[in-house]
Ligand binder design. Structure first.
Ligand SMILES: Nc1nc2c(c(=O)[nH]1)N[C@H]1C(S)=C(S)[C@@H](COP(=O)(O)OP(=O)(O)OC[C@H]3O[C@@H](n4cnc5c(=O)[nH]c(N)nc54)[C@H](O)[C@@H]3O)O[C@H]1N2
Ligand SMILES: Nc1nc2c(c(=O)[nH]1)N[C@H]1C(S)=C(S)[C@@H](COP(=O)(O)OP(=O)(O)OC[C@H]3O[C@@H](n4cnc5c(=O)[nH]c(N)nc54)[C@H](O)[C@@H]3O)O[C@H]1N2
Ligand code: SF4
Ligand SMILES: [Mo]
Length: 901
C-alpha cells in the first residue's frame, strides 16, 4: 500500500527516547519521506541517532491496524464499525462499573501517548469512572525516580537541563547505557569532553557497555548494590568534611539520619567488597566526586528497575544535597527519562498514585479542587493498583475489564506469562494500538486503531522538562483515530460531559489552565508544575508552539533550571535527605538458579519492535536475540558461543544464542528485551523476569532475576530468507527479522531432516506437486547438509539452508541477491554455495547502521591500512561518520586489532 501524504516539511519530535530530538519530516509529492534533524530544536540541535534517522522506514501501512476489530466467539477477529466497537467498550465498562463498582475496571496506558491523550485518559478514569485504577508502563520505568524526587524535593521535579552535561567537570552515569539509549545526548557529552579533555566521565554499570568508551573510570558494580556505593560516598563526604554545611543547614533536613543509614554499609573496604569493586577504584571515584563541584549524576534503568529503586535514587540525590550541588549550572542529579513522553505522563498524573497537574491523590483539598475544575461526578479518592498488582487483580477476577493503550504488556511486564493468564481470564480486554499483530492484541476482545507518529498531533515533554510539538504530516490511514478522540468518544457514550474537545489544542489548553488553577498563594506557587503561561493559545499558536521548558507560569516565561532559589517543594521549602538503609535484591541466586539475569536494550531496536522491527537498516545491527555471558561461565554451564541455550528462572524460560560480548562479569548474563512472540518462538524475556517490586515505588526488578543456563540441544541449525511471510512449520526454535526485500528466519530443529525435498518445499510454501517450480537444491545426507532455492521469474523468491554443523554461510550475499530483479548466470550458479566466488564479499554483522558498514569490512580496513583511530576508519569506510552511535564499537574493533601486535 502506498503512503498517502500531503507534500510538505514539518518540524516534529522523535517518538522514541526521552531525549526528545527535533525532527524535520519532508514529504514529497510521490509520498516519499525524508527525515533530518532539526537544528532549531534545543534538545538535539540537529542531531538524530540511527533510530530517529530510520523513522521513514517505519511508517508504511504494512501491519497497521486500519479498522476496529471485534473478537467473535470462535476467537476469530472481524472488522467492525467505530459505532459498534465504541459501543462494545462503553457498554462493557458501564455494565461492569454498575455491577461491581468503579474499581472493577482499569486502564493501562503508556509514556508513548501524547500529553493530550494521557490527560484525557486520566480524567476519564480518575474523575468520571471514579477509580484510580489507571497505571502506565512508566511504572516499569520512571516510578522509582518519581518516588525519589517526591521524597527529596516534595514534588516530581528534574532540576537540571541538558546543557548541564556540557558544563559539568564530572558526569557520572549510573545504570545508564546512554551511548545506545540516549544517543544524541551521549554525543553531546562526547563533544564536550573532546572540547575540554579535563572533563571526567564515570560509568557505574555491572557491564562494560558502549557508554564506557568515553569513561575515565568504569565501576563494574555488583548488580543491585548501588545504595551501598552512594551511601559510602555520603559517608566519605562527611568524613572528609566536604559537606556544604551552610546549604544543608539552611535548605535541607534529615542529614543525620541519612548518615546513620549510610554508616550501616561499613567502611570503604567493606563497601568495595559488597559492591565487588576494586577499593582503589572506588576511592578514586569518591575523591573525584569529592573535589569536583560541577558534577552531574545521571541515572536510568540500572537504578530505577530495582526493588530498592527509589532508595537508589535518593542515595544519589543525598550526595548532591550534601554538597549543595543542585540548581546551579553544570551540576545536579539527573533522571533520564525513557519514553518520549514519560515526563508528560507524570504532568497529567498518569500513575495510579497521582492526580493531574502534580496534585496529590491523598490530599482531600486537591481532590476537591480537581473535582470542581472537571465538574466531575465521582472522583477517585484512593490510590489505584500499580501495574504488577493491577495484572494480579485481573487474574484474581477483581478487575473485569481493562483497556490497554500504546503498550504491549504481554511482552514488557515481568512474569509476562502471568499477564497472559490474567488477560485470558478477563471479561473485557480492549487494546488501542497502531499495529494489528502484537502479543497483547492477541488477547484482546476489542482492537481500536490509533493514529501513530506522523499522523497524530499533540505535545510530548522530554527529560529536561521541554514541551515540544509532535505534528502530523501524513494522512489518516484507514479508520484510525487519535487516542484522545477514542477515549473521549467512549466517555461521551457513557454519559460523561467535558469530553467534547474539538482538537488537541483544546485539551492542552485545559491542561495548562488546570496547572495554574489556584496555584498562586501570595506569589508563591503551591505546585512547581505550572504552565499557565501556555493557556489561552489559539489553535494556530498551539500549532506553532516552539519547544519550551516548564514551569511556564506566565506567557513568554520558561525555566531552564529548578531550585536556583534553593526553595524546594516541601511545605517548609527544604529538601529532604532520605535515610536509605541498603538491602539486597528480592531474590538471591542459589544452587538451582545460580546466575543473575540482567535485561535491557540494544542500540537499534525500540522495545517490542512493533516499529523499529520494520526497518531493514535497523535490523542489521543485532538480528537475533542473544544471551551475553562470560566465556568461563559458558564453559561451566556447558554452553557454546553461537549455539542456543535455555535460560530458566522460577517464572519461565527463554531460548537464544550464546555470545561473549566481552563486557560482562562472571555470574551474570544479559539479554535484550525486544523479542516477542511475533519475532521469536521463545525469546520473550519478560516470561523469565521475577515480579518482585520496589516497596516504595512499585517498580519491578527487571535487572536482577536468578536463572540457570543450559544447552538447548538441537539436531540442526538453519535459516530461511523469503520475500513473503511464511507459516512456520514446527521447529524447535525460530526467530525472524525484516530484511530489505525479504524476511529472515533463523531456525533450529530437533527432528533430523528426512525427506528433504518435501520438507524443504513445505517450509518455503512451494507446492510439492508443482513440477515446473524453478527449484534448485542440494542434499548431503552424510554431511548433514541441505540447501534449496526457489526462484520465480528468474528472481530469488526464497531459500533454505540447513546444517547439522555450525557451517552455514553468512546471510549477506544471499540478502543482496534479493535486491536483483534478475539473477545473472554466475549468480545463479553460486546460489547454493550462498556466497560469491570471489572472497571478501561478506561484510559481517552491521556495525554502522547509517551507512550499512559491516564488522568484517571494518576489520579488513583496519588490518589492511593499519588504522588506529576511529576517525581513520570513518575516512576509509564511512562507518561512524553520521550519528556516531557506532564509534564505541569501532573503537572496540581497533582495540582488538591492537592485541596481537
Ligand atoms: N535503543 C534504545 N534506546 C532506548 C530504548 C530502547 O528500547 N532502545 N528505550 C527507552 C526507554 S523506555 C528507557 S527506560 C531507556 C533505558 O535506558 P538505559 O537505562 O540506559 O538502558 P537499559 O539497557 O535498560 O539499562 C541500562 C544499564 O543498567 C545496567 N544495570 C543493570 N543492573 C544494574 C545495577 O544494579 N546497577 C547499575 N548501576 N546498573 C545496572 C545494565 O547493565 C544496563 O547497561 O532507554 C530509552 N532508549
Ligand atoms: N525485562 C525487561 N522488561 C522491561 C524493561 C526492561 O528493562 N527489562 N523495561 C521496561 C520499560 S522501561 C518500558 S518503558 C517498557 C516498554 O514496553 P512497552 O510499552 O510494552 O513496549 P512498546 O513496544 O513500546 O509498546 C508500545 C505499543 O504501543 C503501540 N503504539 C505506538 N504508537 C502508538 C500510538 O500513538 N497509540 C497507540 N494506541 N499505540 C501506539 C506500539 O505499536 C506498541 O505495540 O518495557 C518495560 N519492560
Ligand atoms: S536520541 Fe532518542 S529522541 Fe533522539 S533521535 Fe534517537 S531515539 Fe529519537
Ligand atoms: Mo522505559
Amino acid at each position: 500500500m502506498k503512503l498517502s501524504a500531503i507534500p510538505t516539511t514539518v518540524n516534529t519530535t522523535c517518538p522514541y527516547c526521552g531525549v526528545g530530538c527535533g525532527v524535520k519530516a519532508q514529504v514529497g509529492q510521490d509520498g516519499t519521506l525524508a527525515i533530518a534533524g532539526d537544528e532549531a530544536h534545543p534538545a538535539s540541535q540537529g542531531r538524530l541517532c540511527v533510530k530517529g534517522a530510520a523513522l521513514g522506514e517505519t511508517v508504511s501501512l504494512q501491519g497497521r491496524l486500519l479498522a476496529p476489530m471485534l473478537r467473535e466467539q470462535d476467537g476469530a477477529l472481524r472488522e467492525a464499525s467505530w459505532d459498534e466497537a465504541l459501543g462494545r467498550v462503553a457498554d462493557g465498562f458501564a455494565r461492569i462499573v454498575a455491577e461491581h463498582g468503579p474499581d472493577a475496571v482499569a486502564l493501562y496506558v503508556s509514556g508513548q501517548l501524547l500529553t493530550e491523550d494521557y490527560y484525557v485518559a486520566n480524567k476519564f478514569m480518575k474523575g468520571f469512572i471514579g477509580s484510580a485504577n489507571i497505571d502506565t508502563n512508566s511504572r516499569l520505568c520512571m516510578s522509582a525516580a518519581v518516588a525519589g524526587h517526591k521524597r527529596a524535593f516534595g514534588e516530581d521535579l528534574v532540576p537540571g537541563c541538558y546543557e548541564d552535561f556540557e558544563l559539568a567537570d564530572l558526569v557520572v552515569l549510573v545504570g545508564s547505557n546512554a551511548a545506545w539509549c540516549h544517543p544524541t545526548l551521549y554525543q553531546r557529552i562526547v563533544r564536550a569532553k573532546e572540547a575540554r579533555p579535563g572533563m571526567k566521565i564515570v560509568v557505574i554499570d555491572p557491564r562494560r557497555t558502549a557508554t564506557c568508551d568515553i569513561a575515565d573510570l568504569h565501576l563494574p558494580v555488583k548488580p543491585g548494590t548501588d545504595v551501598w556505593l552512594f551511601n559510602g560516598l555520603l559517608a566519605y563526604l562527611a568524613q572528609q568534611k566536604l559537606i556544604d554545611t551552610a546549604f544543608v543547614n539552611a535548605h535541607t533536613a534529615g542529614l543525620a539520619d541519612a548518615l546513620d543509614a549510610a554508616g550501616q554499609g561499613g567502611n570503604l573496604l567493606e563497601v568495595a567488597k559488597t559492591c565487588r569493586i576494586d577499593p582503589q577504584q572506588l576511592l578514586a571515584f569518591y575523591e573525584l566526586f569529592g573535589r569536583t563541584e560541577k558534577t552531574v549524576t545521571a541515572f536510568t534503568m540500572g537504578v530505577n528497575q530495582s526493588t530498592s529503586g527509589a532508595d537508589k535514587v535518593n542515595s544519589i540525590i543525598n550526595c548532591h544535597l550534601a554538597t549543595g550541588r543542585i540548581g546551579r549550572p553544570g551540576m545536579g542529579p539527573f533522571s533520564l527519562t525513557g519514553q518520549p513522553n514519560a515526563m508528560g505522563g507524570r504532568e497529567v498524573g498518569g500513575l495510579a498514585n497521582m492526580l493531574a497537574a502534580h496534585m496529590e491523590l491523598d490530599d482531600p483539598g486537591q481532590r476537591a479542587l480537581l473535582q470542581d475544575f472537571w465538574q466531575s461526578p465521582r472522583m477517585a479518592d484512593k490510590p489505584g493498583l500499580k501495574a504488577v498488582d493491577l495484572f494480579r487483580a485481573i487474574e484474581d477476577g477483581k478487575i473485569k475489564a481493562v483497556w490497554i493503550m500504546a503498550t504491549n504488556p504481554l511482552v514488557s511486564l515481568p512474569d509476562a506469562d502471568q499477564a497472559r493468564r490474567a488477560l485470558a481470564k478477563c471479561e473485557l480486554v480492549v487494546a488501542s494500538d497502531i499495529v494489528g499483530g502484537t502479543d497483547t492484541n492477541g488477547a484482546a476482545h476489542v482492537l481500536l486503531p490509533a493514529l501513530g507518529w506522523g499522523e497524530k498531533d499533540g505535545t510530548v515533554t522530554n527529560s529536561e522538562r521541554c514541551i515540544s510539538r509532535q505534528r502530523s504530516f501524513l494522512t489518516v490511514p484507514g479508520a484510525a483515530r487519535p487516542d484522545w478522540q477514542i477515549i473521549s468518544a467512549v466517555a461521551q457514550r457513557m454519559g460523561f460531559s467535558g469530553f467534547d474537545y474539538d482538537g488537541p489544542h483544546a485539551i492542552f489548553d485545559e491542561h495548562a489552565r488546570l496547572s495554574a488553577h489556584q496555584n498562586d498563594v501570595g506569589g508563591q506557587r503551591r505546585r512547581a508544575f505550572d504552565i499557565g503561561g501556555l493557556a489561552g493559545m489559539s489553535r494556530a499558536a498551539y500549532d506553532a508552539l516552539a519547544p519550551v521548558q516548564w514551569p511556564v507560569p506566565a506567557a513568554g516565561a520558561s525555566t531552564t533550571r529548578l531550585f536556583g532559589d534553593k526553595r524546594f517543594a516541601h511545605a517548609d521549602g527544604r529538601a529532604r535527605f532520605v535515610a536509605t538503609v541498603p538491602r539486597a535484591p528480592a531474590h538471591a541466586p542459589d544452587a538451582e538458579y545460580p546466575m543473575v539475569l540482567n535485561t535491557g536494550r540494544v542500540r537499534d531496536q525500540w522495545h517490542t519492535m512493533t516499529r523499529t522491527g520494520r526497518s531493514p537498516r535497523l535490523a542489521g545491527h543485532i538480528p537475533e536475540p542473544f544471551i551475553d555471558m562470560h566465556p568461563q561461565d559458558a564453559l561451566l554451564w556447558g554452553v557454546k558461543a553461537g549455539e542456543l541455550a535455555r535460560v530458566t528462572s522460577n517464572w519461565g524460560a527463554v531460548v537464544a544464542r550464546v555470545q561473549h560480548g566481552g563486557g560482562i562479569a562472571r555470574g551474570s548474563v544479559f539479554m535484550p528485551i525486544h523479542w516477542s512472540g511475533q519475532t521469536a518462538s521463545d525469546a520473550r524475556v519478560g516470561t523469565v523476569v521475577n515480579p518482585a517490586v520496589d516497596p516504595v515505588s512499585g517498580e519491578p526488578e527487571f535487572k536482577h532475576t536468578p536463572v540457570r543456563i543450559e544447552p538447548f540441544g538441537v539436531n540442526w541449525y538453519g535459516f530461511i530468507l523469503s520475500r513473503v511471510e511464511l507459516p512456520l512449520l514446527e521447529t524447535a526454535h525460530w526467530t525472524r527479522i525484516q530484511g530489505a526485500d525479504f524476511i529472515r528466519y533463523e531456525l533450529a530443529g530437533r527432528t533430523p531432516v528426512r525427506d528433504a525435498t518435501a520438507w524443504g518445499r513445505a517450509l518455503l510454501g512451494v507446492d510439492a506437486q508443482d513440477e515446473d517450480a524453478d527449484w534448485i537444491e542440494v542434499e548431503d545426507r552424510s554431511g548433514g547438509m541441505y540447501r534449496a532455492v526457489h526462484l520465480v521469474d528468474e528472481r530469488i523468491q526464497s531459500c533454505l539452508f540447513v546444517s547439522t554443523r555450525q557451517d552455514l554461510p553468512a546471510r549477506a550475499w544471499l540478502a543482496e541477491m534479493f535486491g536483483k530483479p534478475k539473477l545473472a548466470p554466475l549468480e545463479r550458479l553460486n546460489l547454493l554455495s550462498g556466497r560469491a566466488k570471489e572472497q571478501g564479499a561478506d561484510p559481517g554483522p552491521i556495525v554502522c547502521s547509517c551507512f550499512g558498514v559491516g564488522r568484517k569490512t571494518i576489520e579488513i580496513a583496519i588490518r589492511k591500512d593499519g588504522l588506529t583511530e576511529a576517525s581513520q576508519v570513518t575516512a576509509c569506510v564511512k562507518a561512524g561518520g553520521n550519528c556516531g552511535s557506532c564509534v564505541p564499537e569501532i573503537r572496540a574493533l581497533l582495540a582488538e586489532a591492537r592485541v596481537p601486535a
